[in-house]
Write a protein that binds this ligand. Structure first.
Ligand code: NAD
Length: 321
C-alpha cells in the first residue's frame, strides 16, 4: 500500500481539471483521474505519465480511469484502491459544461451534472472520503442585477445547467449534514487560461477572441461591448480548489472570481493589442437574454485563504502563449 494520499479528480482531463491535476501531483499526491473524455484530452495529462515523474522511479504519480460519472465511480476506483489504498480527497469537476446543450437536453444534463455528483457523494459516504470539493457555477444565481454578487444572493438559475449545479450544492450540504461527508462548493465565474478549447460551446469569450486575434481575423462582439464579466485565471481557480479540498471545513459555499470586472470591449482591445494589432473589432446585434453585468463578491474566498492574484494582462499572455 502507498503512503501517498490518493486524490481523485473527476473531469481531470479537461481544462480546469488538468491544471488541478498538475498542482496536486506537484504537491505530492497520487492523483487518479476519472474522465470519459467527451471533452477532455489525454494530451493534457501526458507529462505525468512519463516514468520520470513516477514515485520511486516506477510507481506512476497519475492513474487514469475511463469512467462516465453518471454510471457510478465504485467500479472504476476499485482496482486502483486495491493497489494503493483508500481515496482521501475528491475534486469533482466532471460535467456537461454547455448551458446551451443543457437547454436542448435537460435529462442528459441532470444525469451527468446532478447524477454524477450523487455518485461521487455516495462513494465519499461509503468509503469515508475526508473531503469533497465541487465545481459549481455562477449560473446558480441566474440574472442578478445588484453587483457584486454575494453568496447570500437568492439563487434563481435560468438553465437546466444552473439548476443541476444548484441541486448538486444542495446534495453536498445534505451529505455533509446527514452523513458527515465534509464538502465545499465553489461557484466559478468566468474562468480562462491555457488548454481552454476555443471550439467548445462553453468556451469563454477569451479563448474565442484569442484564437481569432492570433489568426488576424475580426473579433465579433454582440452589442456595444459594455457588458462586463469577472474573468479569473485558471491558476487562481486551481489554488481555490486545492485549498478547498485540503482544508477541514465543511458546508462552505464560496464564489471564485477576482471581485473585479472588465467590459467585453476592453477585453477585445487588449487581446488584439497583445496579438500584434492585426484584427478589427466588429459588432453584431445584442443577444437576447445575455447577462449585462457579472462580478463576484469574494470575501468567502478570502476566508479560504485565496485571493485571485493573476492580472488579466498576465493571464492573457499565458493563454496566448
Ligand atoms: N470554465 C468555466 O468558466 C466554468 C465556469 C463555471 C463552472 N465550471 C465548471 O468547472 C468544471 C470544469 O469545467 P471545464 O471548463 O474545465 O470544462 P471541460 O469540458 O474542459 O472539462 C470537463 C471534463 O469533464 C469530463 N466529463 C464530462 N462528462 C463526464 C462524465 N459523464 N463522466 C466523466 N467525465 C466527464 C470531460 O471529458 C472533461 O474532461 C465543470 O464542472 C464546469 O461546469 C467551469
Amino acid at each position: 500500500m502507498s503512503s501517498k494520499p490518493i486524490a481523485v479528480v473527476t473531469g481531470g482531463a479537461g481544462f480546469i481539471g488538468s491544471h488541478t491535476v498538475d498542482r496536486l501531483v506537484e504537491l505530492g499526491h497520487r492523483v487518479v483521474v476519472l474522465d470519459d473524455f467527451r471533452t477532455g484530452k489525454r494530451a493534457n495529462l501526458q507529462r505525468w505519465l512519463d516514468p520520470r515523474h513516477a514515485f520511486d522511479g516506477s510507481d506512476p504519480a497519475l492513474e487514469i480511469a475511463v469512467c462516465d460519472v453518471s454510471h457510478g465511480i465504485f467500479a472504476a476506483l476499485a482496482p486502483i484502491t486495491a493497489k494503493y489504498g483508500r481515496v482521501e480527497r475528491i475534486v469533482h469537476l466532471a460535467a456537461q459544461v454547455s448551458v446551451v446543450a443543457s437547454v436542448a437536453n435537460p435529462l442528459v444534463d441532470m444525469a451527468v451534472n446532478y447524477g454524477g455528483t450523487l455518485h461521487v457523494l455516495e462513494y465519499a459516504r461509503a468509503m469515508g472520503v475526508a473531503k469533497v470539493a465541487f465545481a459549481s457555477s455562477a449560473a446558480v444565481y441566474g440574472d442578478v442585477e445588484t453587483m457584486p454578487v454575494g453568496e447570500d444572493t437568492p439563487t434563481q438559475p435560468v438553465s437546466p445547467y444552473g439548476i443541476d449545479k444548484l441541486a448538486s450544492e444542495l446534495a453536498l450540504d445534505y451529505y455533509a449534514v446527514v452523513h458527515g461527508v465534509p464538502t465545499t462548493a465553489l461557484r466559478f465565474f468566468n474562468v480562462y487560461g491555457p488548454r481552454q478549447d476555443p471550439s467548445s460551446p462553453y468556451s469563454g469569450v477569451i479563448s474565442i477572441f484569442s484564437d481569432r486575434a492570433k489568426a488576424g481575423l475580426p473579433l465579433l462582439i454582440f452589442g456595444d461591448g459594455s457588458q462586463t464579466r469577472d474573468f479569473i485565471y485558471v491558476g487562481d481557480v486551481v489554488r481555490a480548489l486545492v485549498a478547498a479540498v485540503g482544508d477541514g471545513n465543511s458546508r462552505l459555499v464560496a464564489n471564485v472570481g477576482t471581485g473585479g470586472e472588465i467590459t467585453v470591449l476592453e477585453l477585445a482591445r487588449t487581446i488584439v493589442e497583445l496579438c500584434g494589432g492585426r484584427s478589427t473589432i466588429a459588432h453584431a446585434p445584442a443577444r437576447g437574454g445575455e447577462i449585462l453585468k457579472s462580478r463576484a463578491r469574494v470575501d468567502r474566498l478570502r476566508e479560504l485563504g485565496v485571493v485571485a492574484e493573476t492580472k488579466l494582462v498576465d493571464g492573457l499572455r499565458a493563454t496566448l502563449a
